[in-house]
Design a protein around this ligand. Structure first.
Ligand code: ZN
Length: 471
């Protein structure tokens, strides 16, 4: 119990260590001393990453992207000043600059393909994603990939109007600028797993660039463990008149897009519609935000995306990769997908004066802290099952051994079935099964996460009921 209490305090105390050296009155001095000594060095690195994200760089990127006039996917590709080609080349050069700090670990490429005629593509068009890959440094983890993206294309009122001004400052220069800033800050750090920083095109043409990337990843059997898209993350004064500079929405699907019939049967039987890998990712991001970016709050939204709308996480979900979407809380639709104009004294258009650059930087911090925490943590436990053959008031969990060298052990987490986040945890050591005595699997949801020697924790794996013998 004491151990549990300390685990719970650690996070609170750690926050206070980062924010200020001031004492936290409710923690006994001795406990604080112990806890402070045990703050893992890599957690300090996450705090440094958060601190190094700079709103001024984000503002400069957004203004530069706006300066290309339009970034419509159908606009000019060879004009050095105007159109999506100019934006593509500028971004490529900026990611290359960011990569200089990586000692060759970050590589940058233009991933291009020819998109055939489609609903929003009147003639075959080259679509180019700018992709910066920061290779993981731990051989056992380097094949595990985390992807963070924004889309650099934009649109005015019509998605196929390639001539109109489409500044796209918020949609989605904000997300693109956040990703570029993360690449700049994180390139000099060595992570166990690989992180891909990506600016995609063709989003407004129906998620074309991200679909191409996700499809290529699937074909190559890449192990994408999480994908975070940032789209419309810069407006803090909503069309509803509400100003909120301290909250970001994280959308995650509950039932996986790729759920099989057998999985659906199990879910209908014992629940789990609130426990997809994407939902665990959202919880992980929320916890990480609370630890490292306390000025921000993650508002988890239990749906794939907003009503009638989509984003670049969807092609990943459809291919079985856990993914979430970051978006501001109160949108202002007069500044999205609008021709720049003044009507009855009201300014329409997605202009930089409506972007809150400090807020974009905070959303970037939540992303960066989450990516760093993911890429330094061990992988999620695989093959987690809950034994269901036997009627018992105990709960027996099993999982496969994690092969990473820095693994210290595992934690069982649990919550009551109506609660949104994991409320309790218990370290169980480096084992591959554990029985929660006197705790019924009927009354709680359980999960398992891996912990390494530095205290980095993986996202939670939610168990499947173990199939009955012969079925
Ligand atoms: Zn968008």
């Amino acid at each position: 119990m004491i151990k549990l209490a300390i685990m719970k305090l650690r996070k609170t105390v750690f926050q206070s260590v980062i924010i200020s050296a001031l004492a936290v009155s409710f923690v006994a001095a001795q406990t604080r001393h112990d806890v402070r000594r045990s703050v893992p060095p890599r957690n300090r690195a996450i705090a440094n990453i958060v601190r190094e994200i700079d709103a001024r760089n984000i503002e400069a990127t957004i203004r530069k992207l706006v300066s290309f006039g339009t970034r419509n996917t159908l606009s000019q590709q060879n004009d050095p000043k105007r159109g999506i080609g100019a934006a593509r080349d500028w971004l490529y050069a900026e990611f290359l600059k960011a990569a200089e700090a990586s000692n060759g670990r970050m590589t940058v490429e233009k991933q291009s393909y020819e998109q055939a005629k489609a609903q929003r593509v009147p003639e075959p068009t080259i679509i180019t994603n700018v992709v910066a890959t920061l290779k993981g440094s731990q051989p056992e983890a380097a094949n595990r990939i985390y992807v963070v993206s924004g889309h650099y294309d934009s649109m005015c009122t019509s998605p196929t109007d390639a001539k109109c001004d489409a500044p796209g400052a918020n949609d989605d220069a904000s997300g693109t600028a956040a990703v570029l800033e993360m690449a700049r800050v994180m390139a000099k750090y060595e992570f166990d797993a690989t992180i891909v920083f990506m600016a995609v095109a063709g989003e407004e043409q129906s998620l074309l660039g991200s679909t191409h990337f996700a499809e290529e990843a699937k074909k190559k059997d890449w192990n994408i463990d999480a994908m975070l898209t940032n789209d419309i993350i810069g407006n803090t004064l909503g069309g509803n008149g509400v100003r909120d500079r301290g909250t970001v929405r994280v959308f995650s699907e509950g039932v996986p897009s790729t759920e099989t019939a057998a999985e659906a049967t199990a879910r209908r039987s014992v629940g789990g519609e609130n426990d997809s890998a994407s939902r665990q990712l959202a919880r992980f991001i929320k916890e990480t935000c609370e630890s490292f970016v306390p000025q921000m709050k993650v508002m988890m939204v239990y749906r794939r995306d907003r009503y009638g709308r989509g984003g670049d996480h969807i092609p990943f979900l459809e291919r079985g990769y856990p993914a979430v979407r970051f978006t501001e809380v109160n949108e202002e639709f007069r500044h999205q997908h609008q021709n720049v104009r003044v009507e009855n004294g009201v300014q329409f258009g997605d202009l930089p004066e409506f972007v809150d650059f400090a807020y974009v930087a905070n959303v970037a911090r939540v992303n960066a802290a989450s990516l760093a925490a993911l890429a330094w943590a061990p992988s999620r436990p695989k093959g987690v099952t809950i034994l269901s053959q036997r009627l018992s008031n105990d709960t027996e969990l099993r999982w496969e051994a994690n092969k990473e060298p820095e693994l210290a052990g595992y934690e069982i987490v649990w919550r009551e079935t109506t609660v949104a986040v994991w409320t309790d945890s218990k370290p169980v050591g480096n084992v591959t099964s554990f029985t929660m005595k006197g705790m019924s699997k009927d009354n709680y949801f359980f999960g398992v996460r891996a912990i390494d020697k530095d205290g980095n924790k993986s996202p939670v794996s939610y168990p499947r009921p173990q199939a009955r013998a012969g079925s």
